[in-house]
Ligand binder design. Structure first.
Ligand code: AHR
Length: 499
């Protein structure tokens, strides 16, 4: 097999919005308690935040973090999480059947974001609540002072407004599992009225309306059409969520799942544009892929959790090498549609289906999926170039014509660098890969990073945290005719950096 890519700096998909490298912290399992926050941990700072975890988050340069849910937000009263900690109530969280202590809330999370150099993407509760709560929360968070809710924030010790720009209008409202789930018509009207009063409170906000929880919902894609019809003028983005798993132990099929992500994006873009035409609107609604990842390893173990416990280990997938390849393919899918996907959140960030794992009181380490996510965030900023990729293809259970090599290039004009991200999905064979740089004058290789493993199921654990880790001994080299040749090892993630 062989594969190639042609890139040209004038053939552009679009600017990368750095927010596509966002992530997610939900009040779920040990994401908050034992994850970002653990006051008794030897490496906790004066506010109780784990500095070892903060260092790992900063290494990824996560630009935006969604909060506080997820399913959790649909039953959450944000007022429970502000003010003196000793007065905060313990409440039952019906989404995850646990007890929420409310020791971390809006203000602490905003402090944590500052320490992580990240923005917040805040969700309002449209499950059990509505426009009234949303406008109060926004007044508390963003209004300078001199009103009831803003003065309450000041009284809580936060004299300056948080100025949170990005807001989600609820979460997965199409799901029967959602507290206060709704039909598309019910949700569309509620989201529209909530958006209206939020904009009246703070005209600078950007709003994300809920799309389908997955393409497997019976209501997909009619949900998107109805919701956008009812909210088009009020919202800026529509959300997409997707999780993949190798449930049947079929790795070739598992690695092909990002093709589903490609068509999901394509469909939602089409519905946005159809609605735009129908409304004779000048405005484009873009996409926020605000939950995406591999999620399946922990499904069985989560059935055994004692109800109403506090911060139990939940959704703690231990990721292996093949999961990292799927995450790499999904990152390439997001980049290929940088013209319309403006935000995305790897769900989630710490312990809960996460690139970063911790032990309570102990170590923090990088899961396999940490690496492609970090590489894309660090090196995938700039302009995405049209990826003219040629590759041999294979058929699998869910897809036909799956290219063995998936690739995309990002041009960072400021740094004078081009980075090519490529996954070789072939499980047995290395594939020679040719890069035709066209209008770029003869490139030089900065490095060729490779994530590979002899065992698709190899994972990183507390005992063996570096079992799967990248090296930069890839063999990309400039040829006599000015092209670049590299061998992509079997089942590998590659980052070829050129200047
Ligand atoms: O990320 C875990 C959960 O997945 C979120 O709470 C929910 O929105 C989705 O179903």
């Amino acid at each position: 097999h062989r594969a190639s890519i042609i890139i040209d700096k004038d053939f552009q998909v679009g600017e990368v919005d750095k927010r596509i490298y966002g992530s997610f912290i939900e009040h779920l399992g040990r994401a908050v308690y034992g994850g970002i926050y653990e006051p008794d941990h030897p490496q906790a700072d004066e506010q109780g935040f784990r500095t070892d975890v903060l260092e790992l988050v900063k290494a990824i340069q996560v630009p935006i973090v969604r909060y506080p849910g997820g399913n959790f937000v649909s039953g959450y009263n944000w007022e429970d999480g502000v003010g003196p900690k000793e007065q905060r109530p313990r409440k039952l969280d019906l989404a995850w059947r646990t007890t929420e202590t409310n020791q971390v809330g809006l203000n602490e999370f905003m402090d944590w974001c500052k320490k992580a150099n990240a923005e917040a993407m805040m969700a309002v509760n449209l499950g059990t609540r509505g426009a009234d709560e949303a406008r109060n929360l926004l007044e508390y968070a963003n209004y300078a002072g001199g009103s009831y809710w803003s003065d309450l924030r000041i009284q809580h010790g936060y004299t300056r407004p948080h100025n949170i720009k990005t807001w989600c209008l609820g979460n997965e409202m199409d799901g029967p599992w959602q507290i206060g789930g709704k039909t598309a018509a019910e949700y569309g009207r509620l989201a529209s009225e909530t958006a209206k009063v939020m904009r009246w409170t703070d005209p600078s906000v950007e709003l994300v309306v809920c799309g389908s929880s997955s393409i497997y919902m019976n209501t997909y894609p009619e949900w998107e059409a109805t919701v956008l019809d009812l909210t088009y003028d009020q919202v800026d983005y529509i959300s997409l969520h997707t999780y993949y798993g190798n449930h049947k132990g079929d790795s070739a099929n598992f690695l092909a799942q990002s093709l589903g992500m490609d068509s999901f994006i394509h469909t939602v873009v089409s519905i946005c544009d159809y609605t735009q035409a129908k409304k004779r609107s000048k405005k484009k609604v873009n996409l926020s892929f605000d939950e995406w990842n591999v999620w399946y390893h922990s499904n069985n173990q989560d059935k055994k959790i004692e109800p109403w416990s506090i911060a139990p280990p939940q959704l703690e997938d231990v990721y292996n090498h093949e999961d990292a390849l799927v995450v790499g393919c999904m990152l390439i899918s997001l980049l290929k549609r940088a013209d319309r996907v403006k935000m995305a959140c790897l769900a989630q960030l710490v312990n809960v289906i996460a690139p970063i794992m911790t032990e309570n009181g102990g170590a923090a380490w990088k899961q396999t999926i940490f690496y492609p996510y970090m590489h894309a965030s660090l090196f995938g900023r700039g302009t995405v170039l049209v990826p003219l990729v040629k590759s041999d293809k294979y058929d699998c259970a869910d897809y036909t014509d799956v290219p063995y090599v998936e690739a995309v290039a990002v041009h960072n004009e400021e740094l004078g660098e081009v980075t090519i991200f490529a996954v070789n999905r072939h499980l047995e064979q290395a594939i020679p890969f040719e890069i035709d740089l066209r209008s770029f004058v003869k490139g030089q290789i900065i490095e060729h990073i490779v994530l590979e493993s002899s065992d698709l199921k190899a994972a990183n654990t507390a005992a063996e945290p570096n079992r799967v880790a990248p090296h930069n001994r890839g063999n990309a080299a400039v040829t006599d005719n000015g092209k670049i040749e590299a061998v992509l090892p079997k089942a590998s993630w590659n980052v070829i950096r050129i200047h």
